[in-house]
Design a protein around this ligand. Structure first.
Ligand SMILES: [Zn+2]
Length: 346
């Protein structure tokens, strides 16, 4: 469970001094509340929206009211990535307020056809799970969980497309836009350079490691438009570590406002911590493979025991991420039997 945004902390006061206010709203997910940010500028801008639920909407309306604002006042909605705890209310809020919705191009395509996209993501996950040793009954249970969660998200029409490295202008500030995929395929971060503040979404969080969850690539476009997609599994951890390196190289960040948990300053130390965590895990996986070949799911079970069914895809994503890196180093090889992949020491 993650920590919370701390109202009144020096970090919160610094953000508020720059006209950026945190509105935490509840989610039904393990991660706890999601942090939305209101940028008090022209246009009045909401960064992320919370899941599509009455409770979240109520918390958002109350949070806005405490700042003397209403939903109708919102002129712009900026989205950091495709996960439903961040985008669920965007469509409703845009319709109510007339706000323009802003996101990077690939994210816009995903959100415009959200229901189909989610179904395609689930079908893709299903193939990855079958190929990597997750048993039928667990896959079936996961499918049920996934479709019961589907309603926390909703399609959104994006009005303005952002290019990868671009900027978003306000009357009183500029946000620089950087694409940082890994946690999801669409993670985007926004830097207010004058204030030294990075709106980081879930790219880097203070007290939970942002799981590099395997998902369909944005470049594949709308479901069905890339018939070969089943053949190519994105190396999500490699993608994520590349993104972390890009963020690590950035200058001028004093404060990071994340999608969950408290704000933080020392992003480079945190990135080093995440990297060390991943190195420890890679070492552990390599050690397990010395006992004999195994499927990725078999390795996940040996690492985390019999995890909750809902976590099976998450732990599989994590293990596959490390195996990709070990294969690239030449330390691990694969063997395939009847459509199921086993990994072994090289
Ligand atoms: Zn999130």
């Amino acid at each position: 469970m993650s920590g919370r945004w701390e109202p009144g902390s020096p970090e919160a006061r610094q953000a508020e001094g720059a006209g950026i206010f945190c509105l935490p709203v509840p989610t039904p997910f393990l991660v706890g509340p999601v942090n939305l940010y209101l940028i008090d500028d022209d246009p009045l801008t909401l960064v992320d929206t919370g899941p599509n639920s009455g409770l979240s909407a109520e918390a958002l309306v109350d949070g806005l009211a405490a700042l003397g604002r209403r939903v109708d006042d919102i002129g712009r909605i900026v989205l950091t990535h495709q996960h439903m705890d961040h985008i669920g209310l965007a469509g409703v809020l845009a319709r109510r307020s007339g706000a323009e919705v802003v996101a990077i191009e690939g994210l816009a395509e995903c959100l415009g056809s959200y229901t189909e996209w989610m179904a395609a993501d689930d079908a893709f996950a299903e193939r990855v799970m079958a190929r990597h040793g997750i048993p039928d009954d667990v896959r079936l249970a996961l499918q049920a969980v996934s479709s019961s969660f589907r309603g926390w998200g909703a399609p959104v029409q994006v009005d303005r497309l952002l290019a990868g490295e671009s900027s978003l202008e306000f009357a009183g500030r500029t946000l620089e836009v950087f694409v940082r995929p890994g946690h999801s395929p669409s993670d985007t971060v926004f830097l207010d350079r004058d204030a030294g503040i990075l709106l980081g979404g879930d790219h880097l969080l203070a007290d939970v490691s942002s799981n590099p969850l395997i998902a369909r690539r944005l470049e594949w476009g709308l479901p069905g438009s890339a018939p070969d997609e089943a053949l190519e599994r994105p190396h999500q951890l490699e993608i994520y570590l590349d993104s972390l390196a890009q963020t690590e190289a950035m200058e001028g960040i004093e404060l990071v406002l994340g999608g969950h948990g408290p704000a933080f300053r020392d992003y480079r130390a945190l990135i080093a911590e995440r990297r060390a965590l991943h190195e420890r895990r890679a070492g552990k996986i390599r050690g397990l493979l010395e006992e004999g070949p195994a499927t990725a799911h078999g390795i996940a079970e040996r690492m985390w025991g019999n995890v909750a069914v809902t976590q099976a895809y998450l732990t599989l994503s994590e293990v596959l991420g490390h195996l990709d890196l070990l294969i690239a180093e030449g330390a691990v090889i694969t063997e395939e039997d009847d459509g199921v992949v086993r990994f072994a020491c090289a």
